[in-house]
Design a protein around this ligand. Sequence first.
Ligand SMILES: Cc1cc2nc3c(=O)[nH]c(=O)nc-3n(C[C@H](O)[C@H](O)[C@H](O)COP(=O)(O)OP(=O)(O)OC[C@H]3O[C@@H](n4cnc5c(N)ncnc54)[C@H](O)[C@@H]3O)c2cc1C
Length: 457
Amino acid sequence: MDKDLINDLASILPEGSITAVEEELVCYGSDATRVFARPDVVVRPTDADSIPEVMIVAARHGMPVVPRGAGTGLSGGCVPIKGGIVVSTERLNRIKEIDTIDLVAVVEPGVVTQDIHEAAEAEGLFYPPDPASFKACTIGGNVAENAGGLRGLKYGVTRDYVLSLKVALPGGGVMVAGGRTLKNVTGYDMARLFVGSEGTLGFILEAALKLIPKPETKAAFLTAYDTLEHASEAVVSIVRSGVTPSTLEIMDRVTLDAVEAYRNTGNEVRHGALLLVEVDGSDVEVRRQADALDAVLGRTAPAELRRATDLAEQAALWAARRSALSALARVSPSVILEDATVPRKQIPAMVRAIEGIAKKYDLKIGTFGHAGDGNLHPTIITDLRIADNRKRVEAAVSDIFDAALALGGTLSGEHGIGLAKSSFMERELGRSGVAVMRAVKDAIDPRGLMNPGKMFL
Ligand SMILES: Cc1cc2nc3c(=O)[nH]c(=O)nc-3n(C[C@H](O)[C@H](O)[C@H](O)COP(=O)(O)OP(=O)(O)OC[C@H]3O[C@@H](n4cnc5c(N)ncnc54)[C@H](O)[C@@H]3O)c2cc1C
């Protein structure tokens, strides 16, 4: 333990904010990837204004700073792979303002996404981004990963709702990127630069988020198909039809079996794949869209087509979908969840590629995801303690990325690069693409103290 470092931190933070006890440190060394690294020290500030001072102390000691939200990340973003000071936002959880005239929420970084949903909805407003982890993850983590979620198809992702960010920079400076106005073209779009920067450029101290009026009502449909490929072709038909669902999710048989084993609802899984589709808006709009959707879905020749009769049934459908990852995680000791995303017309081709890769490497892959925006989550279920499995998984992951890129897609639609995908960056961006990003990083963080070891090799 570095006593000087602890003393310096203690001089700027209130008592009870610093942890260097081994048993507690281990709780801050991992995220949902289960990769672990031990931090040197953990701080849990109660006041965001003390974070720039933490940055100054870190710079003085040459210590990395690793921002941490709820640790639900799926790319190892908050894992302190080079040690250093983990700065947890768990106590920075105040919603400072819901402005019902300008339609803006001002929040601290540790506010849980669900709390923003609820605070907005209490005022008849709506904050659309809804990662499936919304009950646990924080807005700081959402902004840093540019999180998506189930409503991305109609409403977009976190980036589309960030108006401004207050950011602590490496070395202790503070800047406000963006502003509260809907239009703002003063200089470079720095707010967009920090969105998705995975904690590698600065520490988000506060966010001003755009809110919109809450949709009046919604209608949900479930359609079943014999195969995942058939379901994925139906996705393309829906997208082409002109109906824009608020949500369009896909789940294959492997995922459905895991979800049923997890939730134990007594409903036998009879089909190869499901689509869950929701439309929302005003009463009139939802009626019109639901009729149109019903007709489109009918033409896709589903094995089963059902409209949820009430809100409780709608909620049950979404709860089943949101439990997909947790359910798959129970099936075997290791789950490797990927995030490859392709242009929507390529979803059937991507599904075929994933099925081919599963066969080639003799692996069990459960596929689910936000099909409406081309974002699939092929999830390999295996046991990585067996060396041969590890080799086959690595080869399969590499093939999945190649397949997505060959179809005009991307390595990550929403989970970020972190530790998990840094070695693949050049495949998508080329050498110059990575070099430009690296130059931006070096300009803002010349000593490389902000969340080192992430995104870049
Ligand atoms: C079951 C499950 C379902 C999920 N579903 C989705 C989904 O549908 N869509 C989706 O996009 N993601 C999903 N995720 C992934 C994850 O929830 C998101 O990436 C989320 O945004 C992470 O938030 P967090 O608070 O847990 O961040 P953490 O995991 O703690 O950190 C994530 C990254 O953000 C950085 N960070 C955190 N706070 C700050 C800050 N204040 N300033 C700067 N950097 C910061 C960290 O350094 C790290 O790089 C899911 C995860 C799980 C476990």
